[in-house]
Design a protein around this ligand. Structure first.
Ligand SMILES: Nc1nc2c(ncn2[C@@H]2O[C@H](COP(=O)(O)OP(=O)(O)OP(=O)(O)O)[C@@H](O)[C@H]2O)c(=O)[nH]1
Ligand SMILES: [Mg+2]
Length: 205
């Protein structure tokens, strides 16, 4: 009996975690961003830049932003590793797509990788945050310029935003995280994932 009421209480009052998938081609700065977000939103100092190596598996970070609990999933972006991304789509509440804004020679690669992500059925309705990273470098293009370069179609019904950030100095990080939480909390996809977790998860009543 107690467990029944406890389960109901937990279901009604404890918020489920929101899963944020951090994607982008290799060297975009995803892991550096993850470490920066951890240090901005918790007291734990993130890994120093020179200790971050190319990602092969999965890095996970947990942060709390505006009373919402986020789980950040950072995956490797090397071409041979991108086929792993889709295994995480179904459970993701939102996608952060990181691009190295200082490297126009790779924008075509960025565009095709992002278009492939957007076409995937399992990410239907997932809010999208596209980050023009490395703004601390003088050659970095702005968020607006990156948007023009990428010239994305099929964004009509998706909630999305381009933001200029620097995973080094923290520029744009708080604005990005707060926007993400706001749109995730309002999204139909979050509602759907919460119902599904409530119906099938260990806390179901
Ligand atoms: N100047 C500058 N360099 C950055 C920034 N973010 C990342 N870098 C550098 O870019 C390189 C790649 O960073 P990572 O964080 O490993 O990139 P990644 O996207 O995780 O790469 P993969 O794990 O291979 O997919 C490293 O040398 C970082 O120090 C930034 O905001 N500014
Ligand atoms: Mg990485």
């Amino acid at each position: 009996m107690f467990s029944l009421f406890y389960g109901l209480w937990k279901h009604l009052f404890s918020k489920t975690e929101l899963h944020v998938l951090i994607l982008g081609i290799d060297k975009a700065g995803k892991t550096t961003l993850l470490e920066k977000m951890k240090s901005v939103y918790s007291n734990i100092e993130g890994l120093p830049h020179d200790r971050i190596v190319p990602t092969v598996g999965l890095n996970i970070g947990r942060i709390e932003v505006a009373n919402s609990k986020l789980v950040l999933w950072d995956l490797g972006g090397q071409a041979g590793l991108r086929s792993i991304w889709e295994k995480y789509y179904e459970e993701a509440h939102a996608v952060v797509f990181v691009a190295d804004a200082s490297c126009p020679s790779r924008f075509e690669d960025v565009k095709s990788a992002l278009e492939k992500v957007l076409r995937h059925e399992d990410l239907r309705g997932a809010p999208l945050l596209i980050l023009a990273n490395k703004q601390d470098l003088p050659e970095a293009v702005s968020a607006e310029e990156l948007a023009r370069y990428l010239d994305l179609k099929k964004l009509d019904e998706r909630v999305y935003m381009f933001e200029a950030v620097s995973a080094y100095d923290g520029m744009g990080i708080r604005e990005s995280a707060e926007w993400l939480v706001e749109v995730m909390e309002r999204s139909k996809r979050t509602e759907m994932l919460r119902v599904r977790a409530g119906a099938t998860g260990p806390d179901s009543v």
